[in-house]
Write a protein that binds this ligand. Structure first.
Ligand SMILES: *Cc1c(COP(=O)(O)O)cnc(C)c1O
Ligand SMILES: [Zn+2]
Length: 497
């Protein structure tokens, strides 16, 4: 819609102007640093950082109701820079000029109501928010749009040049990084490190297809991460892992979209998130906190973080009810079908601890819960969801398994509405489905295929196996008719037609 057609009182605010004074703050020692340097951990104490705005007071220049209107009207604009996560510019990266924003179609992913059969089966009311419908088919695109826009901004301001972006990944970060970096060629080059044989072939194909330098490393994700950290301490590289605080900032958009899609009403809402490196759950909680502080939502939704029994350091940490006695211990992971979340030593642990404390405090009661689920439940709920019209990855299956378990523990009731994060598209993880259907899942996963879910192609051959159509030799008319009738009859019989 053309700007002149917007109501006059809102018109000056529809197109955001760069404002805000962003800075990094260390979660360990609270030291503050300029965003004009590439920085990932505190130079003093080596802890992770979060981005804050010195000009935060500007967010109270409008009432919550006015912000709602601004975002609702902004939805009608046709300006590419404001079509994705930067619809919430003032909350996502207020200093970035619109012409430094990189938009590849990320954000505003569909929220799809659970099918009637799935609701009946679980006795619960829920939606999937399909973040697999982002450009590289996972939520990582939200953080990457933010991280690469911030780098484009530094390049445009002549503050950095000759950038090499690097990341370690359980698959999806590298797919997203390679995609966004390749769009900025030749300003930036990218290198991604993947644990050898620990990402699916689809996830390996993605950064290769985007032209990144791809390195496979023996070991698991946590080992790759150490190499990336070592490289970034020796060379001037842009780190695109979730250590990068811009990633967290961009991923906050997930909560803003939920708030807007439910017309700003967060009463009786529950948001369910799988946890790996714990960046996403930190971002989602932080986003809701910011909107709450600005009066855009008047209630914080309940948050449920889910981990597999095979990679559950965050769940283990919160098992201790006494906050003062909690002590973080990394775990050794075991093979998990929720492979993108198979992390034993989450980079964002300090962020989760800090933000969870704030979230519960602001809610005035416990409003963040951590649930552990079995590998079997992850796989069975993923297949159940997808056999009822959804397109969720194994991590989304983990969310549904977590929701069902939370309901059994009375943490969630049927009167609430849950929003489940389908963090990636099902096709990225179809290898696990194949193994399940072929009864070939290695023992270490602790999954036994349930015959009710198994679905394999049924090869239908004619009575005379020599008379079949082929590209090299076409059948004559009579033979072909015979073939069609024979095969059709066999299919009709199988389908009980
Ligand atoms: C990265 C990833 C996760 C884990 O998110 P964190 O921010 O690391 O906790 C979950 N699911 C998918 C599909 C992912 O790519
Ligand atoms: Zn510090």
């Amino acid at each position: 819609m053309n700007l002149e057609l917007f109501p006059e009182e809102i018109r000056p605010y529809i197109i955001p102007k760069p404002a805000g004074k962003l800075f990094y703050r260390c979660l360990g020692c609270s030291a503050e640093f300029s965003i004009e340097k590439l920085l990932y951990v505190c130079p003093d104490c080596n802890q992770v950082l979060l981005i804050h705005d010195k000009n935060e007071a500007a967010l109270s220049q409008h009432t919550g109701a006015t912000w709602q209107k601004i975002f609702d009207y902004r939805k009608m604009l046709k300006i590419p820079a404001l079509k994705g996560i930067y619809r919430y510019h003032e909350f996502i990266g207020s200093c970035i000029p619109l012409d430094s924003i990189l938009y590849l179609g990320e954000g505003h992913t569909p929220i799809v109501e659970a099918s009637p059969h799935l609701k009946e089966k679980t006795g619960l009311n829920f939606f999937y928010k399909n973040d697999g419908q982002n450009p590289s088919a996972s939520f990582k695109d939200r953080g990457m749009a933010s991280a690469l826009s911030s780098i484009k901004y530094l390049i445009d301001q002549n503050l950095v040049s000759d950038v090499i972006a690097i990341c370690a990944s359980t698959g999806d970060t590298s797919a997203a990084a390679a995609l966004y970096v390749s769009y900025l060629k030749p300003l930036i080059k990218s290198a991604v490190l993947l644990p050898h044989k620990k990402v699916t072939s689809q996830q390996l194909a993605q950064p290769l297809g985007s032209g990144a330098n791809v390195f496979e490393i023996p070991g698991v994700f946590d080992d790759c991460m150490k190499i990336v950290e070592h490289l970034s301490s020796l060379y001037p590289v842009v780190l695109l892992n979730s250590k990068n605080a811009w990633r967290i900032l961009g991923q906050e958009s997930y909560s803003y979209e939920i708030a807007q899609d439910f017309d700003w009403d967060m009463a009786n809402k529950v948001v369910v998130v799988p946890i790996g490196n714990a960046g996403n759950i930190s971002a989602i909680m932080n986003g809701f906190l910011k909107f709450h502080k600005a009066g855009i939502i008047d209630q914080l939704p309940k948050i449920i973080g889910v981990q597999s029994e095979h990679a559950d350091p965050v769940f283990q940490y919160y098992l201790e009810p006494d906050e003062n006695k909690r002590c973080f211990k990394p775990v050794n992971t075991r093979p998990s079908v929720a492979q993108a979340a198979m992390i034993g030593n989450p980079v964002s642990m300090p962020r989760v601890i800090e933000i969870t404390r704030q979230y519960n405090k602001t809610s005035c009661h416990q409003n963040v819960f951590f649930i552990q689920v079995k590998e079997q439940a992850i796989m069975d709920w993923q297949l159940t969801a997808n056999q009822n019209g959804h397109i969720t990855c194994t991590q989304g299956g983990e969310c549904l398994a977590g929701l069902v378990k939370a309901a059994a523990q009375k943490i969630v009731t049927p009167a609430e509405t849950a929003i489940l994060d389908a963090t990636a598209h099902a096709i990225k993880f179809s290898e696990f489905q194949n193994l399940y259907f072929k009864n070939q899942i290695p023992d270490a996963y602790d999954i036994k295929p349930n015959s009710g879910f198994i679905n394999l192609p049924d090869l239908i051959t004619p009575d005379n196996p020599d008379i079949v159509p082929s590209q090299e030799k076409r059948l004559d008319r009579k033979e072909f008719q015979c073939f069609v009738q024979d095969i059709s009859g066999k299919i009709a019989k199988k389908l009980n037609l």
